[in-house]
Design a binder for this molecule. Structure first.
Ligand SMILES: [Zn+2]
Ligand SMILES: [Zn+2]
Length: 323
């Protein structure tokens, strides 16, 4: 495998960079035979798997970072800890048509995408080898117009960054006996300075002293640990479209990354006594970072983020953008 192929796989989940043109994109409807067989699909009645007639389709990653078959086999080698690369790596193809993304979907289609995401996460959490299920989307328009897809990765360990966030939330709870995210929501709703959208059930705001310009957090206003248990997908689709339409308008349409910060697989950790207070202390949310052109980036030198656009200004610009 050459470096170009590695780059393509990282960006698109496919070895060949045919992805940015609809003429040769394997994620477009009609080319179902060019992906591994589907794991799950939302289909029109009377259609068969791996053929036309789907609205949302989930397939295994062409070259997964983790393999679904096998045992975990946690072991030591001198001072190193080893574990087999067991896990799942799935591609959720969000729409049969190329060049369509969340701001363009009919409302009901986005609800189908979110329902599919919930059902894949719930299904993967039934596998007791997996401690965490990551879900994220990297929608990058810098090399042409891509086909919209999200990635779902189930891992046998809780990834470090996720664990840090879970531990921080637990520490806040241990001191204050309140969920830190509920505290933030209450404060942001009261102040309104950083709120971008609020539909009564969800809130989207630019977080205080955000790391990235125009970064947005989107949370259910009622305390909830698991995204996959949320029963208000209509309202979630509504606010998500609103936010991404505003970002698209403001950021020059370069794309965005969106990461789901979700509760871990407590079916596994309950046995080991981890996360005893997690149902009270963690609150699922989406973190959205638009890809914007900015002349200088300091982070690699300084080791901390320098955000040239204050959250309050970003929120104001996004609120005022027409959608
Ligand atoms: Zn396509
Ligand atoms: Zn909460």
């Amino acid at each position: 495998m050459d470096s170009k192929e590695v780059r393509n796989i990282l960006e698109t989940g496919l070895p060949q960079n045919t992805f940015s043109t609809p003429e040769s994109c394997p994620y477009c409807e009609g080319r179902e035979g060019e992906t591994p067989p589907e794991i799950h699909a939302v289909r029109y009645p009377g259609t068969v798997p791996n053929s036309r007639g789907w609205r949302v389709r989930v397939v295994p990653h062409y070259q997964p970072v983790l393999q679904i078959q096998g045992e975990i086999n946690n072991r030591g080698l001198n001072c190193y800890d080893l574990m087999n690369g067991i896990g799942a790596h799935e591609i959720l193809i969000e729409h049969p048509e190329h060049a369509k993304d969340i701001p363009d979907y009919p409302h009901g289609h986005l609800v189908d995408v979110l329902t599919t995401m919930q059902s894949r996460i719930a299904d993967l959490k039934n596998d007791l080898r997996f401690r965490y299920v990551l879900a994220y989307k990297n929608y990058d328009l810098s090399h042409g117009i891509p086909h919209a897809f999200s990635q779902i990765i189930a891992t046998p360990i809780t990834p470090g960054q996720v664990k840090d966030e879970l531990i921080n939330a637990r520490q806040h709870y241990q001191i204050k006996e309140r969920c830190i995210f509920c505290d933030i929501i209450r404060y942001e709703l009261r102040s309104q300075d950083r709120v971008v959208a609020d539909n009564g059930l969800f809130i989207a705001f630019s977080p205080f002293a955000s790391q990235y310009p125009f970064e947005i957090w989107l949370l259910p206003q009622q305390h909830e640990l698991f995204f996959e248990r949320n029963a208000q997908l209509d309202a979630l689709a509504d606010i998500l479209q609103q936010v991404l339409r505003r970002i698209k308008r403001v950021s020059g349409d370069r794309g965005y990354t969106m990461v789901l910060h979700n509760g871990p697989n407590i079916k596994v950790s309950q046995r080991r006594g981890y996360w005893k207070t997690i149902k009270m202390d963690f609150h699922w949310h989406l973190e959205i970072i638009p890809k914007i052109a900015w002349p200088l980036k300091y982070e690699p030198i300084l080791g901390f983020a320098v955000n040239p656009v204050p959250s309050e200004m970003a929120a104001q610009i996004l609120r005022e953008s027409e959608v």
